[in-house]
Write a protein that binds this ligand. Structure first.
Ligand code: ADP
Ligand code: MG
Length: 669
């Protein structure tokens, strides 16, 4: 029973700490024990200061001459001083961590782990983690590092967990297929590692446990889905043919195949649960339009959901007129929509056939007349509850067919195993006539010679530019959207330069995006809010500042914002500092194929990067990695066997609790 208890039931955790933990999503003892270290420092690998080489380093020493100051230009607090050992001393700097001033006693020894690098002509260790030497497991030298939450630092987590050391023995077994006691041992070793080997074994078990749950959930979901009833939508080839003939281009074969798979699904009286996967620019919207047309044709309503108002508007502008040619009535319903009540009446009466919107569609009281198809663009941006609400909007009591679309490429080898409950259609072919985007890596010091002329040329030719920055406000090394905008305005006084970021009001954002779409802005300086889906074919130059700070998938996604028209497009990846560009950036320079890049990333460094978005949304894998195909295969086989046993699942209460989170995530019901 220990795991279900609130965190307060552990020694040393009072109401105040519990409150902070709760804000970080850690409510129960289970959450707390499963809050695994983000990394381990091996403090045994310490180097003498006189032997330091640039890169990640560990040093042992005392702190000297610690001072703190505020940087004038950017609102930063800087703590700096020296680390001294027998061989010498080295400068150390922390940004925005003023608590470091209080952390160190001059007569005590600490271990530091951080980046040793050249800054302003001098070597320093930048923002290292630090631990008291006596706090470190003597034998192994291994120390778990936790993500800080609120006022709770990594060291606080270590202390609190240590207070509950004895309680790990009470952790019950979870999986029918694993030896008794393995689970508690794995959790214990994760927090109190005695060797690298023990960490690996713990990780292997926990990853297996996670995959087993995920795969079991996905199989159970499919079962559940098969029990549901949906309205069959009859396929009429003639009408579709007419529709296709009115398009300004020929459908790609991949688009045809995907549409055909969708039509077949919708004819069934079981709800479709299909994922449409296609790289940026592969034409998913057109497949969505075809599916919507098909449903409306048979007298049903369709809801199309986009993650942002900007995207909803774009879908509306893209799909609306096309469907309008056939008398289909389309409406946009977002937070900014005026006369909502009147519109909602028309939706309820069935007068409106296709509703395109954002969350607003879900959170409010919109009722439908006969909703038969729901299309969700970039589903991982939607929360679980929102999807559940949508299922209830079908007054017939029948579940709507569901089509979700994503641009995150998932290597084929993994699709079946992970998305066992979804049917997948893939657009693996780009529309004809596209010129591949040319990608270049540029150091920041090269931009005035190489990039500025390119900017002027692009604008002169009537094209537009995106400039992506990492942050809204300035941070230590990162030029923000706001100051980059100012700098560019000073440099190019004749150009129209504006900025866009996620903290602006929705209406403001729409206006800026609207002006960019209309060609009234030359350079749009933006955070990654433009990452998903915006379609401005006239933009042909993408500049990504601090490119090393993004994952491969995200860079690929950002790059996909250009190259959507007929002119040749370019993408510049700007890197700061002197280090050679990472393999990741060089791969991006070489290829524009999202599936290829996904495979590369999978081989190169596991799924952490490419699946960032996916893992945090759709899959939410915290421990396992999608590249671990052997482990996946084993978990899959074991889950199958477990299901075949036909045991009363409720007997495994722990397990059922564990999988409920995946069940909510992977289906609509
Ligand atoms: P994504 O898959 O990224 O959502 P979109 O649906 O936004 O891609 O399509 C990208 C662009 O390609 C749009 O401007 C769209 O009109 C165009 N497009 C879609 N299908 C085709 C096609 N078969 N031939 C030519 N252009 C197409
Ligand atoms: Mg799209």
């Amino acid at each position: 029973m220990i795991l279900e208890g609130p965190v307060e039931s552990l020694k040393g955790i009072g109401p105040k700490t519990a409150e902070t933990l709760k804000k970080a999503g850690i409510k129960t003892v289970r959450d707390f024990f499963y809050n695994l270290p983000r990394d381990y420092e091996n403090f045994q690998a310490a180097t003498s200061i006189s032997d330091l080489r640039p890169g990640k380093v560990v040093v042992k020493g005392r702190i000297e001459k610690l001072t703190s100051r505020r940087a004038r230009k950017r609102n930063l607090s800087i703590v700096e001083g020296f680390i001294k050992d027998n061989s010498g001393s080295v400068k150390v700097v922390w940004f925005n961590q003023s608590y470091r001033m209080r952390q160190f006693a001059e007569d005590k020894e600490y271990v530091f782990s951080g980046l040793y690098e050249l800054k302003n002509g001098r070597f320093q260790i930048t923002s290292p983690s630090a631990a008291l030497l006596t706090d470190i497991d003597e034998k192994s030298g291994l120390t778990p590092i936790y993500v800080a939450h609120g006022g709770l630092k990594s060291g606080d987590f270590r202390r609190l967990l240590n207070d509950s050391r004895d309680r790990f023995a009470e952790i019950p077994d979870l999986l029918p297929s694993v030896k008794s006691g393995v689970r508690k041992e794995a959790l214990f070793s994760s927090h109190f590692p005695t060797s690298e080997k023990a960490i690996k074994a713990a990780h292997d078990y926990l990853a297996y446990e996670e995959l087993f749950e995920l795969i079991l959930a996905s199989k159970l979901n499919r079962r559940e889905n098969e029990k549901l009833k949906a309205t069959p939508v009859k396929f009429e080839a003639e009408k579709i043919r007419e529709f296709v003939s009115k398009l300004p281009f020929k459908l790609t074969n991949a688009q045809r195949r995907a549409a055909w798979e969708i039509f077949q699904d919708m004819e069934k009286n079981q709800p479709m649960n299909r994922l449409l996967q296609g790289d940026v620019g592969s034409g998913k919207t057109m497949v969505a339009a075809l599916s919507a047309f098909e449903a409306v044709n048979q007298g049903f309503q369709v809801a199309i959901l986009a993650p942002t108002a900007i995207l909803a508007l774009q879908h509306y502008e893209g799909i609306g007129p096309l469907l309008g040619l056939f008398g289909v009535k389309t409406a946009l319903l977002t937070g900014a929509t005026k006369q909502k009540l009147a519109l909602k009446k028309q939706i309820l009466s069935g007068e409106i056939n296709v509703v395109i919107g954002t969350h607003a569609l879900l959170t409010d009281d919109t009722e439908f007349n006969n909703l038969a198809l729901v299309i969700i663009d970039e589903q991982h941006r939607f929360g679980v509850q929102q999807r559940q609400k949508l299922a209830l909007k079908s007054p017939s009591g029948l579940a709507p067919h569901l089509l979700t679309m994503t641009a995150t490429p998932i290597p084929r080898s993994l699709q079946l195993t992970i998305f066992g409950d979804l049917d997948v259609s893939i657009l693996d072919e780009m529309p004809k006539g596209r010129q591949p985007i040319e990608t270049k890596i540029l150091r920041e010091i090269e931009i005035s010679d190489n990039l500025y002329p390119k900017i002027l040329k692009t604008v002169k030719e009537g094209q537009q530019i995106y400039w992506v920055c990492k942050a809204i406000e300035d941070k230590s090394d990162v030029t923000s959207v706001k100051s980059r905008t100012r700098k560019l305005q000073e440099l190019f006084p004749k150009l129209k330069i504006e900025f866009l970021h996620g903290k602006m009001k929705p209406l403001e954002k729409d206006e800026v995006m609207g002006r960019f779409s209309d060609g009234k802005i030359d350079i749009l300086v933006s955070t990654t809010v433009i990452e998903v889906g915006v379609d401005v074919p006239n933009a042909s130059l993408m500049i990504i500042e601090n490119a090393e700070g993004y994952g491969l998938a995200q860079l690929h996604q950002l790059r996909g914002r250009v190259g959507r028209g007929s002119v040749k497009s370019y993408c510049y990846l700007l890197t700061s500092g002197d280090s050679t560009p990472s393999k990741r950036l060089r791969e991006l320079e070489k290829s524009t194929d999202g599936f290829y890049l996904a495979e590369v990333d999978l081989k190169m460094r596991g799924p952490g990067e490419i699946y960032g978005a996916l893992q945090h949304g759709v899959l939410d894998l915290r421990i396992a990695s999608l590249s671990d195909t052997k482990l996946i295969a084993r978990a899959r086989k074991d889950a199958d066997e477990f299901l075949k046993l036909g045991e009363n699942m409720l007997k495994y209460k722990e397990l059922m609790d564990g999988i409920s989170k995946y069940q909510q995530i992977t289906t609509l019901n």
